[in-house]
Write a protein of this length. Structure first.
Length: 230
């Protein structure tokens, strides 16, 4: 991997990232255009550079580079087998919402200020390994049970909180309510304590690394016939 494309809406930040990438032994190219809602054009320009990897800022809207989030862009590039690193000044603020929306397709995320040449090398290798060979144990999805103790309170908000019972039973994980299909939401409305099943990377140690996909409803305990369990 040599050719690395830098995507950042701030001039000084993207030049700084390019210097670090060059120190890491990569050949950086910098995206400078404004793309609005045209994520496809941004992807085309990245591909035109012959990108073997991408380092992207998360909030691309502030400098009017693109209306999408960097994590959304990198998730699309993941589908094209392009390794990436997401860098953000707002990791803690966005980890539960916009980043978790696409976290299953973005293996490497760091907070701005922690970037070094060696870290870029390691994170791009980590991302590339997932695409080429297999997911790391911290990124392997397993079917998990999630308990939503107060779903009716959250159902009109942007994020919902649940307990992933086979990850940490004493730690809540917040995630975008848009990850829950509409038909599942309808079933959950009538349940005081709702349960869903989903694929979760329960090998993760940092809650910010958790992703949640393929959500299905579970019957409430009142609906379970004990004879069906025998």
């Amino acid at each position: 991997m040599k050719k690395i494309v830098i995507v950042d809406d701030d001039l000084d930040s993207r030049e700084s990232l390019a210097i670090i990438a060059e120190d890491a032994g990569f050949e950086p190219e910098i995206i400078t255009g404004r793309y609005g809602n045209n994520k496809e054009k941004l992807i085309d320009d990245i591909l035109c550079f012959g990108a073997e990897g991408v380092i992207s800022d998360h909030r691309l809207q502030n400098g009017q580079m693109a209306s999408c989030f960097g994590v959304d862009l990198l998730a699309s590039l993941y589908d094209l087998n392009i390794p990436s690193v997401l860098i953000t000044q707002f990791y803690d603020e966005d980890a539960d919402s916009s980043i978790r929306q696409f976290r299953d397709k973005v293996p490497s995320v760091i907070g701005r200020g922690s970037q070094t040449p060696k870290l870029f090398q390691d994170l791009l290798k980590f991302s590339e390994k997932e695409l080429v060979t297999a997911r790391d144990v911290t990124r392997k999805p397993h079917r998990a049970l999630i308990r939503l103790e107060d779903f009716r309170t959250y159902m009109n908000e942007d994020v919902v909180e649940g307990i992933v019972t086979n990850w940490k039973s004493d730690a809540g994980i917040r995630f975008p309510i848009t990850l829950i299909p509409d038909d599942v939401k309808e079933k959950l409305k009538s349940q005081k304590i709702a349960h869903i099943s989903a694929f979760v990377n329960i090998g993760a140690t940092d809650p910010r690394d958790i992703f949640i996909t393929d959500i299905h409803s579970m019957p409430s305990f009142e609906e379970i016939n004990i004879d069906d369990l025998c």
